[in-house]
Ligand binder design. Sequence first.
Ligand code: AMP
Length: 451
Amino acid sequence: MSFAELNLNPAVLRAVADLGFERPTAVQADAIPAVLAGRDVLGCARTGSGKTGAFLLPIINAIADRPRGVTRALVLVPTRELAAQVLQDFRDFARHTAVRAAAIYGGVAPGPQADALRRGTDVVVATPGRLLDHLRNGVGRFDALETLVLDEADRMLDMGFLPDIRRVLQHLPARRQTLFFSATMPPAIRALTRELLTSPVTIEREPPSTTPSAIEQAIYPVAENLKADLLVELLRRGDIRQALVFTRTKHRANRLADRLAAEGIRAARIHGNRSQGQRTQALDDFKAGRLPVLVATDIVARGIDVEALEHVVNFDVPVAAEDYVHRVGRTGRAGATGEAFTLASPGERQLVHAIERALGRKLPRRTLADFDYNAAGRALEVPLAQRIAEIRRRKAEDRARAEARRQRRPAFAGSAAASPAQRTFDGGRPAGRRRRGGRPRVGAAAGHGRS
Ligand code: AMP
């Protein structure tokens, strides 16, 4: 099937041609006629299937020749990254039309977003929480809304957005078209679709727990302490040129990025503790090819669109098989090929087996030739129990030293300079490091100082 057969208007077709899209993806071929016909759609589609075009192209098409000034479509998404991505795709698809969109998400100033809502921007792409903030302030009118899209609905539920979604729904007309996209269809999602959709056209191109066949997947069994060395080696040898690397925690993401930097490998990090500006910059640098490595936590596993991304590396084995499918979905998008490597320590063997059960097949094991698998290596982080034991030991030593000092002190300290009052006055610092003027740092001296 060609795009021309889809009854899209010439301005939309021109945009698609500009992007070099030759034919609709399977999801687009199924969804676009249904959306144009005004039907509700239930799409079981992962990122990379072309689902964004599947809902944006017919929405833009429907609005293109209509009067401006009222919001006609609302797209709810789980993360700000996905909101920014959908907005970017919108701009590409709508470039030859007068249709406009705005993205509404947290972490940035609300003022310009409120202006866009007040103007009645044609298409609003929003995360539920921030949109609700605006609605609570009386900003945003959706009485003329025609189409609601829930994108990555499973993710929104995972992130606990269901109550917010329900509150947003109260501000929307009951009579509307609803398009529901989800990579997986667990029972909670099925229940929500029954509630929100009327006689939907169901598009289920791929079984939910499979990864696209264009992606080569491999497990690299390796000791926990050698994971960073193995990754460095894969990058140095050119087995991996550019990769999105996932870690289990923000802390590990930070430590790994530092470790790569120490090895002379440029890496940015992107996780929940990074500001929006930092995240956007890291993504831009990565997409532009200026950075070989982007280290990320699962929060960004969906919603990042990195075209022609060659490698995804699971530095830690994902705890949920479903997360594995989503992470691996970053690569090999829309027909491109990619490789997904998972570094698995002996302690993660069970998790690997669970993923293989979900995929219904065993993943190949690979070893890197001439890599010293017996080296001692260096742990990325000191295990929590060990860190706690170390803190306890230091505290016990401090207490013992303080006690020893107390016992050595004569019964009458003699001079006022040695008195606790004087120590407080000095802020507890050695004489040579006293602050100028000898003024007390009250908080620190009183033991309230924050480290
Ligand atoms: P998503 O919409 O997130 O599933 O991502 C689809 C990816 O494939 C994006 O990089 C799109 O630019 C690209 N894409 C979407 N539709 C097509 C198409 N018909 N032909 C080729 N690439 C496409």
